[in-house]
Ligand binder design. Structure first.
Ligand SMILES: *[C@@H]1O[C@H](CO)[C@@H](O)[C@H](O)[C@H]1NC(C)=O
Ligand SMILES: CC(=O)N[C@H]1CO[C@H](CO)[C@@H](O)[C@@H]1O
Ligand SMILES: [Cu+2]
Length: 320
């Protein structure tokens, strides 16, 4: 017999506003930690361009797509070398990053002869150095962040010396089945790369952001729940050709492999029950369907809002 009580509890939990999406709290370059400043604080010098909100950018033409909402020039630059490992630690007000579907992409842009602390984002011409989609088990690599793990990448092993903006981006696709549903989170950090590399992008591999994405790109307007086996088409340009020539160049991973169907990603059957429509004040991170699946995840009665948010987002029914 189906009990209504846990369902009612879950709906009550769902209508609470989602307290936050996320931002980059710190980066690590070749083992050295570079903290960012808290949202809305003035803080000290940093290499991370501070944003002023944890909300996503939702328009592909928003200037905030460049480096995140209202990103400000940072005062410092991080010294790096070709091939260096870089961790990007995305956080939210509740703790770890909690979205779990969609790709992560990394771009670089040359700041020219001046340090990137002097370089305005809108001028940047970006080239892609890394992108990750689903892993071999069919899970989005982004979901690894939910445990508190940072996103990781490496600089191209043959990257030419110079001043570079590093742009790490998460695209959250839980609502991407409708146009304008994808959430874009971008963060820029300022680097000075040494060494004697000679790798540079071809002119045709350089893009503007905003500019390189369209709202109807197959990786942006996409139903990620309908067919978890479908290959994912990353938005933006291909990874710059010089990157993949290096052994540790951080080349694409997980994007085009065909994963097995995992139970957590398969579509619930159509035997759904109807219930009152939850709604939240958030325009972009809300649960849009007003029906619940016939079976909720086991153990769904008590739990934090965060966990419910995370868990229930796995159900197709909670995206439009
Ligand atoms: C950029 O983000 C800020 C909030 O951080 C917002 O006030 C501003 O309107 C956004 N710009 C555009 C063009 O939407
Ligand atoms: C979250 C993330 O990006 N994790 C990756 C870190 O690097 C290892 C090894 O390349 C990958 O397997 C992880 O997916
Ligand atoms: Cu969100």
């Amino acid at each position: 017999m189906y009990s209504f009580a846990p369902i009612a509890f879950s709906i009550a939990a769902l209508v609470l506003p989602v307290a936050g999406h996320g931002w980059v709290g710190s980066i690590t370059v070749a083992g050295k930690l570079y903290p960012g400043n808290g949202l809305g604080t003035t803080g000290g010098p940093s290499v991370i361009r501070q944003v002023d909100t944890n909300s996503p950018v939702i328009s592909v033409s928003d200037p905030n797509l460049t480096c995140g909402p209202n990103a400000q020039l940072a005062q410092d630059v991080a010294a790096a070398n070709p091939g260096d490992a870089i961790d990007v630690d995305w956080v939210s007000t509740e703790g770890p990053w909690f979205h779990n579907v969609g790709p992560m992409l990394t771009y670089l842009a040359s700041c020219g002869s001046e340090p990137c602390s002097q370089f305005p984002g809108p001028q940047a011409m970006w080239f892609k150095i890394q992108q990750s989609g689903r892993d071999s088990s069919g899970k989005w690599v982004q979901a690894q962040l939910n445990s508190g793990a940072p996103a990781n990448l490496s600089l191209p092993s043959n990257l030419a010396a110079g001043n570079y903006l590093l742009r790490h981006e998460i695209i959250a696709l839980q609502n991407a089945v409708s146009q304008g549903g994808a959430e874009f989170y971008a963060s820029c950090s300022q680097l000075t790369v040494g060494g004697s590399g000679s790798g540079v992008p071809a002119t045709g591999e350089l893009v503007k952001l905003p500019g390189a994405y369209s709202a109807t790109d197959p990786g942006i307007l996409v139903d990620v729940y309908a067919n978890p086996n479908a290959p994912y088409t990353f938005p933006g340009p291909p990874i710059a050709a010089f990157v993949s020539s290096g052994a540790s160049g951080g080349a694409s991973s997980g994007g085009v492999m065909v994963p097995p169907v995992s139970p957590s990603m398969s579509r619930p059957t159509a035997t759904s029950t109807t219930a009152a429509a939850p709604s939240t004040p958030s325009a972009s991170c809300r649960l849009r369907r007003n029906i619940l699946p016939a079976s909720l995840p086991s153990g769904s009665s008590p739990g934090t809002v965060k966990r419910l948010h995370r868990t229930l987002r796995n159900f197709p029914i909670f995206r439009k």
